[in-house]
Design a protein around this ligand. Structure first.
Ligand code: GZL
Length: 631
C-alpha cells in the first residue's frame, strides 16, 4: 500500500475513533475531570442512564434533573442515552461507574433485563434510584414514578362523565404494545369505560407512539372518526397528531380529544388544553425534582428515605389549566414557619404503635411542627371526634392513622370543606369515589408485599415434612388495611405453592393478649396439629408463643412462627430461638411524614403514595441486627 494511501487510511482510522468516542458519549453531559474520577471540588456526581431520548417524557426528565442539579454548586450529573437498547444501557451504566459516580438514576429500557444490572449496582453499594418503570423486586434504593393504571382510569372516568347518560362513541388510538406505560394506561382506561352502558369503544392500533403515526391513522380512520364523540390517546405527542388531523379534516369542533402526559411546553398537553384544542389531559408527573431531592438525602445519609414514591396525576382541562401551569412554574419555598398538625393515632395496642408514635413526636420537633396528637384506643368514633376537633381548631394539616379502612367519607368531606388537607399515615382508607381527592397522600408500608414476603419465607425455609403443612393465621383487627392486605399477599403466594393450607384463622386485634387468646381457644377445641403460625404482628406472635409454652409446645421446634413488624422484642424472641422470622414493617415514618407536611405547606404537589423501605429477618441474622434496631 503506498505511503499516501496508508496516510489516508490512518486519518480515516483516527476520524472513526473520534467519531465512535463521541457517539459513545452521545447525550452524555460529560464532566472532564482527572484520572480515577478526581472530582475537583465536586462533592457528588450523579449518573443518569436514560432509556432513550426519543420520547418527550424522557427528554423532559433529563431537563428537569439538570434544572434541579444546576441549583447545587457541588453536584454534577452525567447523562447517557441508551437509544432504546438494553445492551447499550448496561454499557452506559458501566461507563458511568467508570466515571466514579456516587449515585445512579435510571429509567430502564427493559424492566426485566435491567433488573439484574440494577441489583448488581445496588448490591455494589452505589445507591440506585429507578424512575418511571418499576423493576421486579426491591433490589434498588428508591423507585419514583407515576401510577399509569390510575392515569388511564382517570382519563376513562373523565370521558364517562363528559359523555354522561347519553354516552357516545370513543375512538382509542393505541401505540407500541411493548410500551409498559402505554399498556398500563390503556388497561386503566378500559377498566373505567368497559362496563359503562352507551359507550362504544373503537380501538385503532398505531403500532408506534408518534405524532405522525397518530396523524396519519386519524385521517385513514376518518370513516369512524367523523362519527366519534371523543378520540382518546395516551401521550401528548400522539394527541398533537390527532388534533392536527381533526383540524385538517374540519372535525376539530365536533370531535373532542382526551390524552395523558400533560407536559408543559409548546403544543404539549397543557398548551393544547390552553389553546382549546385538547379537551383534557391527565398529567404524568416527571419526578425529576423529587429524584434530586431524594438523591441528596441519600448521599447525605439522611433517615426517612422511602422505598417508593408514586407520583400524583391530575385531570387538567379548561377549568384548571391556568392554575396548573402557574403551580408548575411557581418556585415552592418552605418559609420554615411553625405548622399546626392534628394527628389522630390508632391507639397504643402494640410495641410497633408505641414506636410509631415516638417517631412522629420526635420528628415533629425536628421539623418545627406544632403536633396535637389524639390517641383513639382503636375506636373509629374517637377518631371522628378528634378530626372534628382539629377542624374546629383550624389546624394546617390533619393526619390520620385509621383504625379501619372504611366509613371515613363524611368526616373527610368535612375536612375538605374546611380547606384542611388530610394525610393518611401508616394505614390507608377506602373511599367511595377516588376522584373526590378526599386524602392528599398515603405514607406507609406495602402490606400486600409484607404478606407475600411472609409466605415466600415459609416456602423457602420451612421444610416440607408432610404433603400439606397446616397454617394458623392470627390476624389484626377486623377491617384494618394491614389485616386485609397482609392476608391478601400471604394467600397470593400460598396459592402459587401447593402443599400449604390455612387450616385456622382468627382475629387477635394486634395485641399480645389477642394472640394468646387465638392459640388458647384453638387448644380448647383441638389437639395441636398446626405446623406454622403466621401472625400479622409481633405482639400477637409473642402472645401465641407464651400460650404455646404453657401447653408444652416448643415454638420454632414443634411449630414455626412468622410475624410482621420486626420490633426489638421480635428480634429478642428470634435470638432466644422462639420466633422463626420477622417481616419488617417500619414504624419510623416520622421523618418522611414531617417532610411531606412541610412540602405540602410550601405548595409542592404531593405524591399519591410514599412507601417505606422494609426487609425480612430470621434467626440467622437476628443477632447481627438486634443492636441496630431503631425500634
Ligand atoms: C402497620 C400497623 C400495624 C402493626 C401493628 O402499619 O398499622 O398496627 O403491624 C399495629 O403492630 O398495631
Amino acid at each position: 500500500m503506498t505511503e499516501y494511501i496508508k496516510t489516508k487510511w490512518h486519518i480515516l482510522a483516527v476520524l472513526i475513533a473520534v467519531a465512535s468516542l463521541s457517539i459513545a458519549l452521545y447525550g452524555c453531559h460529560y464532566i472532564p475531570f482527572g484520572e480515577g474520577g478526581n472530582k475537583d471540588g465536586v462533592s457528588s456526581i450523579i449518573g443518569v442512564s436514560q432509556a432513550n431520548m426519543r420520547e418527550e417524557w424522557r427528554v423532559a426528565l433529563i431537563n428537569e434533573l439538570r434544572e434541579e442539579t444546576d441549583k447545587y454548586e457541588d453536584i454534577r450529573i452525567v447523562t447517557t442515552d441508551a437509544t432504546g437498547n438494553a445492551s447499550k444501557q448496561i454499557q452506559d451504566i458501566d461507563n458511568l461507574i467508570g466515571f466514579g459516580i456516587d449515585l445512579l438514576i435510571i429509567s430502564p429500557c427493559d424492566e426485566k433485563i435491567m433488573g439484574d444490572k440494577i441489583k448488581e449496582v445496588h448490591d455494589s453499594g452505589i445507591p440506585v434510584i429507578v424512575m418511571d418503570r418499576a423493576v421486579e423486586g426491591f433490589d434498588y434504593t428508591l423507585y419514583i414514578g407515576p401510577d399509569n393504571e390510575v392515569i388511564g382510569q382517570q382519563a376513562g372516568n373523565y370521558i364517562v362523565n363528559l359523555l354522561g347518560e347519553k354516552g357516545g362513541d370513543v375512538v382509542v388510538l393505541s401505540g407500541n404494545p411493548t410500551s409498559v406505560q402505554g399498556t398500563e394506561r390503556l388497561s386503566g382506561f378500559k377498566s373505567a369505560v368497559e362496563n359503562v352502558k352507551n359507550i362504544n369503544i373503537h380501538e385503532v392500533y398505531l403500532g408506534t407512539e408518534s405524532k405522525d403515526a397518530a396523524y396519519d391513522m386519524t385521517i385513514t380512520a376518518k370513516r369512524i372518526v367523523k362519527d366519534a364523540d371523543v378520540v382518546f390517546t395516551y401521550s401528548d405527542s400522539m394527541a398533537l397528531g390527532v388534533c392536527d388531523a381533526l383540524r385538517f379534516m374540519g372535525l376539530d369542533k365536533k370531535v373532542m380529544t382526551v390524552d395523558c402526559d400533560g407536559f408543559k411546553g409548546v403544543d404539549e398537553g397543557l398548551d393544547l388544553v390552553s389553546q382549546g384544542r385538547l379537551k383534557a389531559t391527565v398529567s404524568c408527573p416527571i419526578g425529576g425534582k423529587e429524584a434530586i431531592d431524594y438523591a441528596l438525602s441519600i448521599l447525605n445519609n439522611e433517615s426517612g428515605v422511602p422505598k417508593q414514591v408514586i407520583l400524583r396525576s391530575n385531570i387538567i382541562d379548561s377549568t384548571n389549566v391556568e392554575e396548573n401551569l402557574s403551580r408548575i412554574n411557581a418556585e415552592t419555598a418552605d418559609d420554615g414557619r411553625k405548622i399546626k398538625v392534628g394527628y389522630s393515632q390508632v391507639g397504643q395496642e402494640s410495641n410497633w404503635r408505641l414506636a410509631n408514635t415516638k417517631s412522629i413526636e420526635e420528628s415533629a420537633k425536628e421539623f418545627n411542627i406544632d403536633l396535637h396528637m389524639e390517641i383513639a384506643d382503636q375506636s373509629q368514633e374517637k377518631q371522628f371526634e378528634a378530626i372534628r376537633s382539629f377542624i374546629n381548631e383550624g389546624v394546617d394539616v390533619i393526619v390520620v392513622s385509621p383504625v379501619v379502612e372504611t366509613g371515613w367519607d363524611e368526616v373527610l368531606r368535612e375536612a375538605k370543606a374546611a380547606g384542611i388537607p388530610v394525610i393518611m399515615s401508616d394505614r390507608n382508607v377506602v373511599v367511595e369515589n377516588r376522584e373526590e381527592n378526599l386524602t392528599t397522600t398515603y405514607i406507609g408500608a406495602d402490606f400486600v408485599e409484607e404478606g407475600r414476603r411472609a409466605m415466600r419465607w415459609i416456602r423457602d425455609n420451612v421444610s416440607k415434612t408432610k404433603d400439606t403443612l397446616r397454617i394458623m393465621e392470627i390476624m389484626g383487627n377486623v377491617g384494618a388495611s394491614p389485616t386485609e392486605e397482609r392476608d391478601q399477599g400471604f394467600r397470593e403466594i400460598l396459592l402459587e405453592n401447593p402443599g400449604y393450607e390455612i387450616s385456622y384463622s382468627d382475629y387477635g386485634d394486634f395485641t399480645f393478649e389477642g394472640g394468646r387468646k387465638v392459640v388458647r381457644e384453638y387448644l380448647e377445641n383441638n389437639e395441636w396439629d398446626i405446623d406454622i403460625i403466621f401472625s400479622q404482628n409481633d405482639d400477637m406472635a409473642l402472645g401465641a408463643i407464651e400460650e404455646l409454652k404453657e401447653h408444652g409446645i416448643k415454638p420454632d421446634v414443634d411449630v414455626k412462627i412468622i410475624s410482621v413488624d420486626a420490633t426489638t422484642e421480635a428480634f429478642e424472641a428470634m435470638v432466644r430461638g422462639e420466633l422463626s422470622c420477622a417481616v419488617e414493617c417500619n414504624p419510623v415514618i416520622g421523618p418522611q411524614l414531617m417532610k411531606a407536611i412541610r412540602d405540602l405547606c410550601s405548595g409542592k404537589q404531593m405524591p399519591f403514595r410514599i412507601i417505606t423501605d422494609e426487609k425480612v429477618y430470621d434467626q440467622a441474622v437476628a443477632d447481627e441486627y438486634i443492636r441496630k434496631r431503631l425500634y
